[in-house]
Design a protein around this ligand. Sequence first.
Ligand code: SF4
Length: 102
Amino acid sequence: MSRGEGDSPNLIPEIVIMAYVITDTCTKDELCVEACPTDCIHPKKDEEGFEAATQLWVDPEGCIDCGACVPVCPTNSIFIVDEVPEDKKEFIEKNAAYYAKA
Ligand code: SF4
């Protein structure tokens, strides 16, 4: 009849950043920019810093992990954070850092 209080569900949400990450084989073709529904890939051609940028970057706070950018990338430069190759892990920080200083 009565429910005990010891059976409360253990549903503590985990805070996990699951953004996508662009790595240094990016050629700034902007196909990902066109595919991204949240406009979280920058700099774009008409934005300051595009010419100087070595690659494009994903804003981890704007990314909704839809994955739409991955198949359109002709150089396979975009990975979900969990699958960034070992030798490209530095780009996880670098993508975030681009927006932290902006
Ligand atoms: Fe944009 Fe989706 Fe790619 Fe995130 S996963 S950068 S939201 S296209």
